[in-house]
Design a protein around this ligand. Structure first.
Ligand code: ADP
Ligand code: MG
Length: 236
């Protein structure tokens, strides 16, 4: 574990490479834990996409990230890998409670993220859950208390934080806001603001969207600290 931590500290963007190509890089050249490396391999992910190559090294180093890249560019792994690695390097266990929260605008997208997490996270021992409603608040709350990673929709998550005692967020290490543009378009700004108010301020935050806009920079200002900007353009 010390070796992995040191490798992450010393990792430089120029270390990211692919022996067979100048323009792509392989996941195997990233300083990743064995469970994540095996999960990626078993899921047949080999080369990083552009947004992944830009965001993952920064994410691994604990930086806050404001990332914009069009739909289909691979943003899910760009945040899931730093999430898994952060908790792994912290030797997170069931007793440490909630370590990561991933906020998605819709239930469907939350389910998709959860499925990717299950695939690439299969060799990790973390518990992960979905908080998207559909069951009674109480039933959901009972399971929540045992989760290390939650994928949620803003309204439902806020309902739990406001109304149920099932969840303790004091240990949270990392927050992800996915599809931030849609979160704003769907009118979740105040829910997200209120949600963030519940969370510890000493945390890593990654915000991803398909577009860049004023609304997103407003959201970013509230949730991110000195973020790295990662943008992949249409013609990139
Ligand atoms: P976005 O969130 O940017 O819209 P996704 O994360 O949903 O993009 O990924 C889009 C598609 O690309 C998915 O089918 C995913 O499995 C695939 N994908 C993502 N990263 C890679 C990669 N490094 N190599 C191959 N396919 C990938
Ligand atoms: Mg996405």
């Amino acid at each position: 574990l010390e070796k992995l931590r040191k490798a992450v500290d010393e990792f430089d963007l120029k270390d990211l490479k692919n022996p067979e190509s100048e323009t792509t890089a392989k996941f195997s050249t990233l300083p990743l834990s064995q469970p994540t490396a095996s999960g990626l391999e078993a899921s047949h992910f080999q080369n990083l996409t552009d947004v992944q190559a830009k965001a993952i090294p920064l994410g691994l180093k604990g930086r806050d990230i404001l990332g914009a890249a069009k739909t289909g560019s691979g943003k899910t792994l760009a945040f899931l890998i730093p999430v898994l690695e952060k908790l792994y390097r912290a030797q997170w266990t069931e007793y440490d409670g909630l370590g990561a929260m991933i906020i998605s605008p819709t239930r469907e997208l939350a389910v998709q993220i959860f499925e990717v997490l299950r695939k690439i996270g299969r060799y990790h021992t973390f518990s992960a859950g979905l908080v998207i409603g559909g069951k009674s608040l109480r039933e959901e709350a009972e399971r929540l208390g045992r989760m290390n990673i939650l994928v949620c929709t803003p309204g439902r998550m806020l309902q739990h934080l406001d109304q149920t005692a099932g969840i303790d967020v004091d240990n949270l290490q990392i927050l992800v806001l996915d599809e931030a543009d849609r979160i704003m378009d769907m009118g979740f700004q105040s829910a997200v603001d209120a949600l963030v108010e519940h969370l510890p301020t000493l945390r890593q935050t990654m915000l991803f969207s398909a577009t860049q806009s004023k609304k997103i920079s407003d959201l970013a200002r509230l949730s991110l600290k000195d973020p790295e900007y990662v943008a992949v353009h249409e013609d990139a």
